[in-house]
Write a protein of this length. Structure first.
Length: 345
């Protein structure tokens, strides 16, 4: 397909962890029009963070990125396929659709989320941040990677059998009614939207100059969150997941209302007390994006601009774009239109 489209390519094969990160951070990228990653979401995470470490990051991030699915989850590839209006497909058909998007060469802007950790790390994420059940499934199923997307089904069943509860504090800055969202119902926490309806949302921090974009919505982790934030009253969770794309995996339509540059973090959390059967029903419904229609009292969804998660102990797995993180306090905010990605339209 690339040959017929008269697209010249240079192939670079990574040989170890962080190889792609180092390559794009140090390489002269002016000779290429587009950076194409053929892998799962983890390798694109390396590329994005390598680019953001460059002194010329602001100019380099104008160069479009492209994802060709070659991993297990392929969440961004599935999301872009969804945004393009294509039917749900997987495996070789998804690869062909994404290759066609590459050949067309049309691109648009994409949001990134800046994450800060208590240990001083700053990371840039294009997909999502998680803690608890969903992250457990992602990391625990790594040993079944040879099974492809089926690894997540097996991992889900195993994590259901040993269902854990995690203690911590979750806070967020909601997308408020003044930005065009619907009014929360009386039984929802402030800022939560019924049935996952999301309206227009504000833009994130604008980027200017050569310095990295400032997290203007956040205060240092050693300080309490601002008074206009919402603090979730419950402190026992099964899972917390902040996602910015529509798909969590090829077969998991987690945030149907999401877009590439909607200026919004789609925050989901599952409170403790949910039964294994109810949790399984949620994940089965997520394949069709109808999990919020179940009206499960333990599942909450709220579109936010920023969030903070403070685990009570260093227990549980945290992930960013499918990669494991040390369990520690983390906060993040959306930065609108920070990079470009090929979408085919």
């Amino acid at each position: 397909m690339l040959a017929e489209a008269d697209i010249a390519t240079t192939v670079f094969v990574t040989e170890r962890a962080h190889h792609a990160h180092e390559k794009v951070r140090d390489e002269d990228l002016s000779q290429w029009d587009t950076l194409v990653v053929m892998s799962g979401d983890g390798l694109l995470y390396e590329v994005v963070n390598g680019l953001m470490e460059r002194p010329d990051w602001e100019e380099t991030m104008k160069k479009p990125l492209c994802i060709l699915p070659g991993g297990s989850g392929n969440a961004l590839a599935a999301s872009i396929n969804h945004y393009a209006g294509n039917d749900h497909v997987a495996k070789k058909k998804l690869l062909m659709n994404c290759a066609f998007i590459l050949c067309k060469g049309l691109h648009t802007q994409m949001d990134l989320v800046s994450l800060s950790t208590a240990s001083g790390k700053r990371l840039f994420s294009f997909l999502g941040f998680g803690w608890g059940f969903i992250s457990d499934v992602d990391i625990d199923s790594e040993k079944y990677r040879r099974l492809g997307n089926a690894r997540f089904t097996l991992g889900t069943l195993q994590c259901l059998a040993k269902l854990r509860v995690y203690q911590g504090r979750l806070s967020y800055l909601p997308v408020g009614p003044e930005q065009g969202t619907s009014t929360p119902s009386s039984r929802d926490p402030p800022g939560t939207l019924p049935n996952g309806q999301a309206g227009p949302v504000p833009l994130g921090t604008e980027v200017s100059g050569g310095a990295l974009p400032a997290d203007s919505l956040l205060v240092p982790l050693c300080q309490p969150v601002p008074g206009h934030w919402t603090v979730v009253p419950e402190e026992e969770f099964v899972s917390v997941y902040a996602i910015y794309q529509s798909h969590l995996g090829t077969n998991l339509l987690m945030a149907p209302a999401a877009g590439l540059h909607d200026g919004c973090i789609h925050l989901f959390y599952l409170r403790a007390g949910i039964s294994r059967l109810a949790l399984l029903k949620i994940f089965l419904a997520m394949a069709r994006g109808t999990h919020l229609d179940l009206n499960c009292p333990h599942l909450r969804y709220v579109p936010v601009r920023a969030f903070r998660l403070e685990p009570r102990t260093a227990a549980g797995i945290m992930t960013v774009d499918g990669e494991a993180l040390a369990c520690e306090p983390v906060q993040g905010q959306i930065h609108n239109r920070l990079c470009r990605v090929l979408t085919g339209s």
